[in-house]
Design a protein around this ligand. Structure first.
Ligand code: ATP
Ligand code: MG
Length: 269
């Protein structure tokens, strides 16, 4: 379990990115963090992975407070996939890209080949082992990043806008892979996203605004808060957009049955 308690973070004297946020993530849970640009989402990801230290407050992994002395142990458990697939691809081909991450975590060479083989199969990239990054799509590069995380046996995976630079096909591929990581591999998942289609698949949604949590609940509970979503500048799923447009149309919104039906439909789309 991850416990975040009254977490504050300030980049400098003027930029207060997080103003005291608390939440928990249970083992095997899928939590989405949504919110407008600059609301503090990526700062949370960096703090969770120990890349930066909180100004105050704490992050506790299974009862153990994240500190300088255990940061490398905890980082071994927490894998992050970032937004830009090109920035995180470091090897000259798929095989070496994953090997590089394993080497950083002192995985013995003999184990590497087996791990690379096994986990590129999981993400359906096993036939691309010798391929160079230039010849891969964004979605394929993100799948390689995820294979690298799986090979390290991380039990917590944070995806910071990992689908936002992908084409629709890439978004579809990675969304399905995230679902699989959650259901089949029982990973704890934190998706940071503008995409409500992705957020609606998670078990819990946290809405951030100006460094504070303004709403937390199931997707169903959170998506009902129209003003929150509108003020958060999020990409709404088509069905939800249709519901909100209808709710603003006085000719339609008085028909409660129709509005209820539209609300129900959006979950099925
Ligand atoms: N390196 C930095 N130095 C100073 N201020 C920063 C730095 N990185 C982020 N900030 C500020 O901290 C706040 C939170 O930024 P953060 O990157 O966490 O937001 P975000 O919710 O991830 O935004 P986006 O949706 O654009 O990715 C913003 O006001 C931002 O300007
Ligand atoms: Mg960000």
């Amino acid at each position: 379990m991850i416990e975040v308690k009254d977490l504050k973070f300030q980049y400098n004297e003027t930029d207060v990115a997080l103003k005291g946020i608390s939440f928990t993530v249970n083992d095997g849970e899928w939590v989405s963090i949504i919110g407008h640009n600059g609301s503090g989402k990526s700062t949370i990801a960096k703090l969770l992975d120990g890349l930066i230290e909180p100004t105050s407050g704490e992050i506790i992994y299974d009862g153990e407070k994240l500190e300088q002395k255990n940061v490398s142990k905890i980082r071994r458990r927490v894998g992050i996939v970032f937004q830009n697939p090109d920035n995180q691809f470091v090897g000259f081909n798929v095989k070496y890209d994953i090997a590089f991450g394993l080497e950083n975590h002192q995985v013995p060479r003999e184990e590497m080949i087996e791990l690379i083989d096994k986990y590129t199969k999981c993400v359906d990239m096993n036939e691309y082992l010798e391929r160079e990054p230039e010849s891969l799509s964004g979605g394929q590069k993100q799948r390689v990043a995820i294979a690298g995380i799986l090979a390290l046996n991380c039990d917590i995976i944070i995806l910071d806008e990992a689908t936002s630079m992908l084409d629709p096909e890439g978004v579809f591929e990675i969304t399905n892979l995230i679902k699989e990581l959650h259901t089949k591999y029982n990973k704890t998942i934190i998706t940071i996203t503008h995409d409500l289609n992705l957020a609606k698949e998670s078990s819990k949604v946290i809405v951030l605004k100006d460094g504070l949590i303004i709403k937390e609940g199931t997707p169903d509970e959170v998506f009902k808060e129209r003003d929150i979503l509108l003020s958060s500048n999020l990409d709404m799923p088509f069905g939800l957009k249709a519901y909100y447009l209808a709710s603003q149309d006085e000719k339609v919104n008085k028909n409660k049955e129709l509005m209820d039906a539209l609300w129900e439909y959006h979950f099925k789309m």
